[in-house]
Design a protein around this ligand. Structure first.
Ligand SMILES: [Zn+2]
Length: 404
């Protein structure tokens, strides 16, 4: 362990800067950067974010970026963003509906990497126990290809910092509705990084991967954990499979730090996915993550955003609750009227007025819920059946404790 033990219990940092509030892929793209100032101002108007807790992104060492992305891909993103003609844009995933070519998108994507790496560095250096980079979480970006609204994989670069510069074992936990394919691909052959992803099954949703038999390869065998759940999964079933799998995986791996990708698109209002969690369900997940960090990584936790395409009703509230869990605070039941006043006329809809949702889930189909829960339970047991014998081998084998 190279982190100092000096971080005061409960100390938190919030990485933010005005340039992160600008849309990376254009104003009309569903990946809406306005979620960030909406979240931050909600916390500020509620008195739940102290100015001394906000840190600006530091510029990263570019060598870290090139550990994650091929140089020709980084160059292609820069050329495209400058408007240079690029014959092979498609091979890099650029110029698609998901990843349109937008001026200065390279600069915006690099600032997001800076933000998440800064959050990781703050925790690794012991300056805070927990740090958030809600601009980050671009988990689909691949080594040489843009994918799923993601250009550069800030999460993978932050993991490179934590492992290569600080010698830390990193557990990556992805609760976005989509599979964390880019992060899994970057580390599936490494023994010092655990990736766990709970997501809507790839049979129904982009990117079509993340099945329970994807468990890592080579030195990384046993370090990929996937729990693909059915469309329609509700709070109770999600929490059931989370509790079945996540604590066991962390106990087997014994991380020094946890990195949470907290995409908010598992919420039932999200237009791009089909899970049916509520705000209360998301809070229950966040509470579990805090308890798991206390239990398995001495409290050390780095948090990013991610997906979340209901940008006004859902995402600011979800991430404000997550920040409150990190900081040991609580959103007021009635959200501050000054927050609504500050945004009136600047966004196309009304903001929510309460911290939780009114009971408006509509009629429930209990037989359908039971069927989904039963299927998800079977998936979680298959995930565990594939991994538990490998994890038992780790416990028996001394090499698991060897310096990395
Ligand atoms: Zn997503």
């Amino acid at each position: 362990m190279s982190t100092s033990g000096g971080a005061a219990a409960g100390s938190v940092r919030f990485v933010s800067a005005p340039e992160l509030d600008e849309p990376m892929l254009g104003a009309d793209h569903p990946f809406k950067a306005v979620r960030l100032p909406l979240t931050r101002t909600l916390l500020e108007h509620a008195g739940l974010l102290d100015p001394t807790e906000i840190v600006a992104p530091e510029r990263i060492d570019p060598r870290l970026l090139y550990r994650v992305h091929d140089a020709d891909y980084v160059e292609a993103v820069k050329l495209a963003a400058r408007g240079d003609p690029l014959d092979d844009a498609w091979t890099y995933g650029l110029g698609t509906a998901d990843n349109p070519i937008v001026p200065r998108m390279d600069v915006a994507a690099l600032r997001i990497v800076d933000a998440t790496v800064t959050a990781a560095a703050v925790v690794a250096r012991g300056e805070a126990l927990r740090a958030a980079s809600f601009a980050g979480g671009l988990h689909h970006a691949q080594r040489a290809r843009a994918s799923g609204f993601c250009l550069f994989n800030d999460l993978a670069v932050a993991i490179e910092l934590l492992t290569s510069r600080y010698g830390l074992r990193v557990a990556y936990l992805d609760i976005d509705a989509h599979h964390g394919d880019g992060v899994q691909a970057a580390f599936e052959e490494r023994g010092d990084v655990l990736t766990i992803s709970l997501h809507e099954s790839g049979r129904f949703l982009f990117p079509g991967t993340g099945f329970e038999d994807e468990i890592g390869r080579g030195a990384g065998l046993g370090t990929c954990v996937n729990v693909p759940v059915d469309p329609g999964t509700d709070d109770a079933s999600y929490l059931e499979v989370f509790d079945l799998v996540v604590p066991s995986a962390l106990a087997a791996f014994r991380p020094d730090v946890i990195l949470l990708q907290a995409g908010a698109d598992a919420h039932r209002f999200d237009p791009l996915a089909h899970l049916e969690l509520s705000i209360a369900g998301l809070i229950a997940v966040y509470e579990r993550v805090m308890a798991l960090a206390d239990r398995f990584s001495a409290g050390r936790l780095v948090v990013t955003g991610g997906g979340g395409y209901d940008p006004y009703r859902t995402v600011p509230r979800a991430w404000a609750h997550l920040w409150c869990e990190m900081a040991g605070r609580r959103l007021p039941e009635t959200l501050p009227a000054s927050w609504h006043a500050a945004w009136r006329g600047r966004i196309p809809t009304e903001l929510p007025t309460t911290a939780l949702e009114p009971e408006d889930a509509g009629p429930t189909d209990d037989a359908r819920r039971a069927r989904i829960a039963s299927h998800n339970r079977a998936v979680a047991h298959r995930t565990l059946a594939a991994l538990t014998p490998i994890w038992a081998g780790w416990r028996r084998s001394a090499h698991h404790d060897a310096p990395l």
